[in-house]
Ligand binder design. Sequence first.
Ligand SMILES: NC(=O)c1ccc[n+]([C@@H]2O[C@H](COP(=O)([O-])OP(=O)(O)OC[C@H]3O[C@@H](n4cnc5c(N)ncnc54)[C@H](OP(=O)(O)O)[C@@H]3O)[C@@H](O)[C@H]2O)c1
Length: 279
Amino acid sequence: MPRLLITGASGTLGRNVVRMAQRQGWDVCGTYHTAPPPLPGQWHRLDVGDRDAVLALVRLTQPAAIIHTAYMYRGAAMWATNADGAAFVALAAAEAGARLVHISSDAVFDGTSNPYTETARPSPITHYGAAKAAAETAVSAIAPQAAIVRTSLIISREPLDPQTRLVLDLATGRRAGHLFTDQYRCPIGADDLAEAALELAANDFAGVINVAGADALTRYDLGSLIAGAYQLDPAKLAGASVATLSTPAVVDVRLDSSLARSLLKTPLRGIRQWLGAEA
Ligand SMILES: NC(=O)c1ccc[n+]([C@@H]2O[C@H](COP(=O)([O-])OP(=O)(O)OC[C@H]3O[C@@H](n4cnc5c(N)ncnc54)[C@H](OP(=O)(O)O)[C@@H]3O)[C@@H](O)[C@H]2O)c1
């Protein structure tokens, strides 16, 4: 099988892609930033914000395809990692003639024109959303044949994603806090997203494609479903409005994934079905 390079192989989505790619027989290698994934494989430390290091690693590993998941949500290196890093990965992919699947986010939108199809132009209102939008622009300019996957909240069992960890902590009283009752997303199971990304790595779709779950629901309702799935009491969860935040936040972003549903064999389950909350 051809070689696949996964950036951010130690992350939530990255680890799901590693496991599924290995099951499918890809020759997998991947990158981490602070610690390698606890999985068998060839792991390389990489800062995607380091142009020379990205080019050198791709020259060394010579992948047929790259799935670029590495990112940073906040911090001083956020822009260099998300925007510059995506440009460097695209540059390296173009130089190597490697297929590129770039993972983007619903955070590129302000949430005022739901639902968003692939033709929607970015309208970010956060620094993170702006960096992910800049990444999309760089990738499409440098590697126009790349697939740019816009996705939503990623829910994962192994490793647990931050949203699930938060819900488990809130429902067991390990942590105090609330979940927003008016912030809507289309969460997706990490294994469904991983499978879709691998399918895109093996085909020649070019451009933006939405890959999100079928159910649009609030963080609070998602939390209740997650609590139920882990046999915890959803009544222990407290709700609050996004209006209580002092920083800008996208309230309601729904991705229309009908193109992916018609193009891909991978079933993009709604999160209710994924969590087993639906008969
Ligand atoms: N999480 C969500 O709900 C969500 C929603 C929409 C879109 N997305 C997109 O989905 C993708 C994957 O998200 P995720 O939740 O799986 O991420 P994650 O769990 O936070 O993992 C991030 C990965 O990036 C690596 N990384 C961080 N800084 C780096 C740097 N400077 N250079 C190289 N690697 C670096 C991390 O390495 P170490 O762990 O070794 O430090 C880790 O492997 C991202 O592109 C994100 O924008 C995520």
